[in-house]
Design a protein around this ligand. Structure first.
Ligand SMILES: NC(=O)c1ccc[n+]([C@@H]2O[C@H](COP(=O)([O-])OP(=O)(O)OC[C@H]3O[C@@H](n4cnc5c(N)ncnc54)[C@H](OP(=O)(O)O)[C@@H]3O)[C@@H](O)[C@H]2O)c1
Length: 356
């Protein structure tokens, strides 16, 4: 952890990665003096960095949606920090903030680039990067706004033991659906059924996905929430029912080595079963966060929605943490802890007022 408030440690992208994940030659760790904040600017001590599979996609030469990540600059990423120095009276020292902090120990930026964290009593600070942050919004809106599952329907989710997938499955259960998860390994599959209350699980690393789906859900699947794409997607398509919906959330099986999609579906499949293919981009829902966050917090506080956060300490471990996500070695939402939390950070008060 970096206790020195004038030195900034940064991880720069110096070479575009080839293949899955990142290699040490793609990145460089540097140390330099912190930039002095100008008028209306603040210096933030980074506490947590969010590890997101899409970061690997953004490192490619021609990524979708965002401009290419410039070489020689800090790897961008969401995170949480605390204002350490302020030139803006509206954002005083000690304020907890959320924003694109990047892979570094301090960031100097305009205060308007940051969002003040609302208090989330009884939830850990990391919940703002998982349950109450983009992960929770992805699960909530992807399932409820796009797929709109009905209580009598069967929901299948891949990447089911991960950050997004575990929330999707549990929200599906809250809606009254029958829920099946696909995950890698027996331990993760046991977790889905025994801890999260899924109705069934498929261990794609040791079982034939198509055969297991036929056994677990002989009448077919109504909604497939696809976090992984590739061969698993292709094995699921024949099991979709008439009027089935696929929410395309992620393509992590491709390793995001290029922007090319590896899943296959024919127009005849879509026509014959009258399928709906639904593309999900969580950033398009940020403006509607206030609809979802109270429900996510309420379900978590009432014990209906469990979420795991996998914390690894030390900025220098950030690249390895990204690689662990691509290898399925994470247990829930992966975050890097760069510096200590302030005391009582997640416990602002003992009661919560929510509009639900
Ligand atoms: N559309 C959006 O706006 C949006 C927003 C957020 C996230 N996403 C996407 O949602 C997905 C999940 O993201 P997350 O942050 O919640 O990560 P996560 O699920 O916590 O971690 C990724 C998981 O993917 C699984 N995985 C890795 N390689 C795989 C492969 N070859 N085949 C099948 N599964 C594989 C691993 O689980 P196993 O151990 O089970 O293999 C790993 O734990 C990602 O594809 C991400 O890009 C999309």
């Amino acid at each position: 952890m970096n206790g020195n408030e004038t030195i900034n440690r940064q991880i720069l992208l110096v070479k575009r990665p080839q293949g899955r994940g990142v290699a040490s030659a793609d990145l460089e760790i540097t140390e330099s003096g912190c930039t002095e904040p100008g008028e209306g600017e603040v210096r933030v001590r980074v506490i947590y960095i969010s590890i997101d599979p899409a970061t690997r996609l953004w490192m490619n030469e021609n990524p979708p949606v965002v401009p290419p990540m410039p070489l020689g600059q800090v790897v961008p990423s969401m995170g949480i920090g605390i204002v350490a120095f302020s030139n803006d009276i509206d954002l005083p020292v000690g304020t907890l903030v959320h924003g694109f902090v990047g892979w570094q120990t301090f960031i100097t930026c305009k205060s308007s680039d940051l969002t003040v964290l609302p208090p989330a009593p009884s939830l850990p600070l990391t919940a703002h990067l998982s349950l109450l942050g983009p992960i929770g919004l992805t699960a909530y809106f992807g399932l409820l706004d796009l797929a709109k599952p009905r209580p009598d329907e069967t929901l299948l989710v891949s990447g089911a033991a991960g950050a997004v997938g575990s929330l999707v499955g549990q929200i599906g259960k809250i809606q009254g659906c029958r829920v099946i998860g696909i995950a890698g390994g027996q331990e993760k599959c046991r977790y889905l059924v025994n801890e999260l209350g899924f109705d069934g699980a498929v261990d794609y690393k040791n079982e034939d996905v198509g055969e297991r789906l036929a056994a677990l859900s002989p009448n077919g699947i109504d909604v497939y929430f696809d976090n992984v794409g590739g061969a698993i997607h292709d094995a699921v398509v024949p099991h979709l029912k008439e009027f089935g919906r696929i929410v395309y959330c992620g393509e992590i099986s491709s390793g995001y080595e290029t922007s090319k999609v590896t899943s296959k579906i024919s127009s005849l499949d879509i026509i014959v079963k009258a399928l709906k293919l639904l593309g999900l981009r969580v950033d398009l829902y940020y403006g509607r966060a206030a609809e979802a966050v109270p429900w996510l917090a309420y379900w978590a506080l009432s014990g209906q929605l469990k979420h795991r956060v996998h914390v690894i300490e030390g900025l220098e471990n950030t690249p390895e943490a990204l690689n662990m996500v691509f290898a399925g070695k994470n247990q829930g939402k992966m975050v890097i802890q760069v510096s200590p939390e302030p005391a009582q950070a997640g416990l602002a008060s003992s009661s919560i007022s929510m509009v639900i």
